[in-house]
Design a protein around this ligand. Sequence first.
Ligand SMILES: N[C@@H](CCC(=O)N[C@@H](CS)C(=O)NCC(=O)O)C(=O)O
Length: 205
Amino acid sequence: MYKIYGRPGSGSLAVQVALEELNAQYERIWVGTEPAEVARYRAINPTGRVPALVLPDGAVMFESAAMLIHLADSPAQSSLAPQPGTSRHAAFLQWMVFLSANVYEAVLRMYYPARYSTRGEADAEAIRERGTADFCAHLAIIGQTMNPYVLGAEYSIADAYLYMLAGWYSGDKADLYVSMPALKTHAKLVSARAAVAKVEADHAR
Ligand SMILES: N[C@@H](CCC(=O)N[C@@H](CS)C(=O)NCC(=O)O)C(=O)O
């Protein structure tokens, strides 16, 4: 039995999708935002961020990309990632790290801009703007090669990750899709998956 700690609409969404895709048994636990609850949660994830994943043997993981790679690689014949050791798996790793290190990073500057300056709110607007521009530029790089999925014809858990991250665009999605039509097709395909629909409904409750 896994345990996934998260918040509605947060980075736990893609990890929960992976658990659903694998038909894994898991418990979903919401973490509140009150300081006392976050302080208690740091005993599970010392960064205080969501998600955190507890594995069936009790080991605890943080960092969403690491969780997704671990889950996708766990079954010998996984439908969520190519076979480890192959060039296709190398491409999978490349995009997972790219999404985490660049797209997720830019998202955090869009949503928490005041944290990125010692002047706090005074610089927030400029940092948010830069974060949004970087977010779009990073998505455009993936958009150049995806067709229709990140790895081409086959779905992988990188698609659930991209779908979640792209969904956090704070501007008008229609504008984003005009410049990146591949993302629109991608969102339609990924949102139609049973696992994704189930987890999105859970996060919307
Ligand atoms: N690199 C981390 C980022 C996690 C993260 O920043 N999560 C956000 C929600 S999507 C969070 O916990 N925000 C609350 C906060 O930073 O106080 C990961 O991929 O797991």
